[in-house]
Ligand binder design. Sequence first.
Ligand SMILES: [Zn+2]
Ligand SMILES: [Zn+2]
Length: 228
Amino acid sequence: MLPAVYSFTRDSVALKAPRFPILTLDERQLTPALGFIFDVRWLLPGESIVSILWKFARANGLAGHTLVQLMGADVDPYEGVEPMRDVIDVKRLRRMLCLPVKVLRASLLDAGQRGRHHPTFRYCRQCTARGHHSVTYQMFSENRCPAHDRMLETQCRHCGRETPYILNAILVGSPYRCAWCGTLYGTRFPPVLSTGPTMRKEDRIAIARHFHNRMAGSFCLGGDDRRV
Ligand SMILES: [Zn+2]
Ligand SMILES: [Zn+2]
């Protein structure tokens, strides 16, 4: 005789798979085999590593400190690590996120440009409300969002504090909101997964074009016009 769990009829309540993976293994060894989901189509060209990790964390129900630990075996999640290409182990990151190396390298700051980046998280209010933060927003040479023509901001509008642009549990663990007071940077919570549905097509094109015009040379990205 089958166990009771197998004997439900069509009218019984179906057993549902848990929404998120149950982490029974060492979280430093997370792999896609455990069922994590991520899709490169959720990203716009130039999406920052912070934006990528926010989407990954929300899609898979992971805490910020867990993701930061995956940046390196000896990374203290509360101290964190600089989001720079010469600091982050991109191959390790690729194994976890299953994203192309090119996308991950573009999401990180260029070590050769050290000193030309804002040390604090800098954002467009409208973009964060739609789930997007570009690596270009961290650069001193950029002042406005290419899609919404808004001045980029660093302070929380509620408490006035800024958050260091470091991959640590504080920043990665506070998707789209101030890490200090919890107020959203934008006017609403963005969709859990993709930026696409809430960003107008012309805005997506403006962001992609701006990224490629300004950054493609230094990122060696060539003429890749994927998914806008
Ligand atoms: Zn914007
Ligand atoms: Zn705040």
